[in-house]
Design a protein around this ligand. Structure first.
Ligand SMILES: [Zn+2]
Length: 262
């Protein structure tokens, strides 16, 4: 069984702040990356124990959020940029794990909540429903026939994933208090919870189906600044809805995804 793991940094236990931990050059960035890498390794360990035989870890945090030389000895790691616009989901994986993920922008008690850019995007809607990175990743994998079977992050992130995969395995490693503060499990406890959840997810893989949005598709993106929206509105496939909002439409999810990701 082949597992892909898409990682992010903001849903890691002990990582609660953008300025000091998740932005490149932040004072504790290297420490945050180390914590995330160890959580990923715990997921790999659990998955291997339950019979996974190949794991590719895909570093999904914008500027890179893992320590490649510390990755699990039996796993492969994709790092550096660019990565394929489909996050390598076009390769055939049997399952996807989302590690260290965070809730969409504006989520109450969602620690480090944001939607793609913590500095410029206010909201995204897919076919009228608000959506964040978790939903997009689950749908993208689903489009390629891959079920998402595990999510880790704070409680709000795990709840968000349940909207798309109701019985997804979850490892809650922190509870957001505000956008930049949270109660975390200890690092060691977080790794233990993740290892267990990953092992269970792999054992139960046959119970999961790929989550795929059907039919025509519309993606709306609302930006904080009209300056950012203006740049997006110049793109060939984009449509201006208001000074701060842009729209992409298409015959199906992947067409809209491609227009948006370029
Ligand atoms: Zn990130």
């Amino acid at each position: 069984m082949k597992v892909a793991i898409v990682t992010d940094l903001e849903g890691t236990a002990g990582v609660v702040d953008f300025e000091t931990q998740t932005y490149p050059g932040a004072r504790y960035f290297e420490q945050a990356k180390f914590l995330a890498t160890e959580e990923v390794n715990a997921a790999c360990e659990g998955a291997f124990k339950s019979g996974a035989d190949k794991i590719l870890v895909i570093d999904g945090h914008g500027p890179g959020g893992l320590v490649p030389e510390k990755i699990h000895r039996k796993a492969f790691i994709f790092h550096g940029r660019p990565v394929s616009r489909y996050w390598l989901m076009e390769q055939s994986w049997d399952a996807l794990f989302l590690l260290g993920h965070h809730a969409m922008n504006g989520t109450e008690k969602g620690n480090l909540n944001h939607t793609y850019s913590s500095r410029s995007v206010v909201n995204m809607w897919l076919n009228g429903e608000k959506i964040g990175e978790i939903g997009i990743n689950i749908y993208l994998a689903g489009w390629f026939g891959i079920p998402t079977i595990l999510v880790t992050g704070d409680e709000a992130a795990c709840q968000e994933a349940c909207q798309y995969v109701p019985r997804i395995q979850q490892a809650i490693v922190k509870w957001g208090f505000t956008r930049t503060s949270a109660i975390s499990l200890s690092h060691q406890a977080a790794c233990e919870v993740i290892e267990k959840a990953a092992a269970t997810a792999v054992k139960r893989v046959s119970e999961y189906k790929p989550a795929k949005p059907e039919g025509k598709c519309e993606l709306l993106i609302e930006f904080l600044s009209s300056a950012d929206a203006f740049i997006w509105q110049q793109r060939r496939d984009a449509e201006k809805i208001s000074a701060t909002t842009v729209r992409f439409t298409g015959k199906h999810f992947l067409e809209v995804y491609e227009k948006w990701r370029g």
